[in-house]
Design a protein around this ligand. Structure first.
Ligand code: HAM
Length: 458
């Protein structure tokens, strides 16, 4: 009788737009996590972690129904209990929710929080754009003045600089407050109405649903039309203009290279006044160095804060802004706030591109070579002793051949090899062999760590 054919097991792949973070990439993540931790605490932000999923309405309400995130990119699902939940596409609305829910309003203000975690958006995967990605974010509640945005921008700038990233600059704009929005809206819509026949279908819809998104359109014909559109900054109220001017003064003081982008509106509806995005590249290669651009910008500022946006050289590595209405919109007291978040996968790509060296893993000057079952079992205790003594120890418990273990030890540049075979395991001894000279000495197990320390001058 013919044997039944064994079916080949299905091979699984990670979902599109996600990635496995393998051991080889972990040094980047360790560096980002460590630095995010240090800088956030230095600037007195407290760490917060919120759930990976939330009530869907938090985002439809908080981020805005007519935004791309809510319209197209949310992973939403109904639970068995009937709750409508969404994997968090961003961190600001959840943190505003947590600020209200946990009564942080009663704490001394500003309440400054930071987070580090993954977010989910159903976007078309491409370079620097994933469906699960990570952000380091900062949020600050309770201060009205532009010093808050200035601080957030400065902290992000410091983070990027300390990573060793070159050519960082921030694009800035103000989109005004609810009071001046009517004026801004009527100016922009009046202009676009006169061009409506030439607009793409999406922009025709944007005119009705979310006029600020008109500035985001990438269609060539709409980009052309945008070039003569009224600039938001010209139509915002005096208060918002003053706020923005003060922010620019902070930027000059902190020496953060910036460029004004009158069409920067960002893709989330909660922003008021300041919006910003960080890029890596030259702000405007036609115009020269960052210093020259700064000089020119100074003249422009005196003429009344306007400037053409620079050509985009890469994706935004961070973004944020002020969101004075969000806490109230989510049921809290009116609370001014501002924040920003850094896209960490994008940063790693920039770090790789700029060939930024990460500090090398501690060199393992000692390598443990074991042979036989008893030695392998007893090795676990030896490893623990070295860990307690904080001495990095190379090993390969999975390899049984002495030759391949020695090869690995010399590949790792070990100065000493600890030879632990069947006989040594029975006698509770270890041979310490100096790799270059081949000189070896047998020491009792209980004196091993001390004799290694002596040899290494520790
Ligand atoms: P966002 O601009 O949507 O803002 O995201 C911030 C950063 O996350 C972006 O600049 C980008 O580097 C990264 N990012 C966004 N989407 C993706 C993606 N699909 N794949 C890879 N990286 C991505 C926010 O999320 C706001 N919550 C920031 C904020 C905080 N505003 C105020 N406080």
């Amino acid at each position: 009788m013919a044997k039944p054919k064994k079916q080949k097991a299905k091979q699984f792949q990670r979902p599109r737009g996600t990635h496995d973070i393998l051991p080889g990439t972990q040094p980047f993540w360790d560096r980002l996590r460590g630095l995010a931790h240090d800088i956030s605490s230095f600037y007195e932000f407290g760490r917060i972690e919120t759930p990976h999923f939330e009530d869907t309405e938090l985002f439809t309400h908080g981020v805005g129904n007519a935004t791309d995130i809510v319209e197209k990119q949310m992973y939403s699902f109904k639970t068995r209990g009937g709750d409508q939940l969404t994997l968090r596409p961003e961190g600001t609305a959840p943190i505003a929710r947590s600020y209200i829910e946990n009564g942080m309003v009663a704490e001394p203000h500003p309440v400054k929080l930071w987070y580090f975690g993954s977010f989910f958006r159903h976007e078309s995967p491409q370079r620097g754009r994933f469906r699960e990605f990570h952000q380091w974010g900062l949020e600050s509640f309770g201060e009205e003045g532009p010093v808050v945005e200035a601080e957030i921008i400065q902290v992000i700038h410091t983070f990027l600089k300390e990573l060793g990233i070159q050519d960082i600059y921030v694009e800035l704009n103000s989109i005004g407050c609810p009071e001046c929005r009517t004026q801004v809206k009527s100016q922009i819509l009046a202009y676009y109405r006169s061009k409506s026949k030439k607009l793409c279908v999406d922009c025709k819809r944007r005119m009705k649903e979310n006029y600020l998104r008109l500035f985001d359109c990438k269609e060539e014909k709409c980009v052309q039309i945008r070039q003569n559109a009224p600039q938001i900054i010209e139509h915002i109220c005096e208060n918002c203009k003053h706020h923005f001017k003060l922010l620019l003064e902070f930027m000059d003081e902190a020496q953060v290279p910036y460029v004004l982008n009158p069409y920067l509106v960002r893709g989330l509806d909660y922003y008021t006044k300041t919006v910003f995005e960080f890029f890596v590249g030259k702000p405007d290669e036609e115009k020269g160095t960052v210093e020259e651009v700064a000089e020119e910008k100074e003249e422009k500022k005196e003429e009344g804060v306007q400037q053409q946006p620079p050509p985009k050289l890469s994706f935004a590595v961070a973004g944020g802004g002020r969101y004075d209405g969000l806490v109230e919109l989510l049921g809290g007291r009116p609370t001014p706030a501002a924040g920003g978040a850094v896209g960490l996968e994008r940063l790693i790509e920039v770090m790789r591109h700029q060939k930024i060296e990460l500090s090398a893993a501690p060199v393992k000057r000692i390598f443990l070579v074991q042979l036989g079952d008893l030695a392998k079992r007893k090795s676990l205790k030896i490893i623990e002793q070295f860990r307690n003594a904080k001495i990095p120890l190379g090993m390969s418990l999975g390899k049984d051949s002495i030759k391949s273990q020695f090869t690995l030890a010399s590949k790792l540049g070990a100065e000493y090899v600890l030879v632990f075979g069947q006989k040594e395991a029975l006698d509770n001894e270890v041979i310490i062999r100096e790799m270059t000279s081949g000189i070896q000495e047998t020491v009792p197990l209980e004196k091993l760590v001390d004799s290694v320390k002596r040899r290494l001058n520790l």
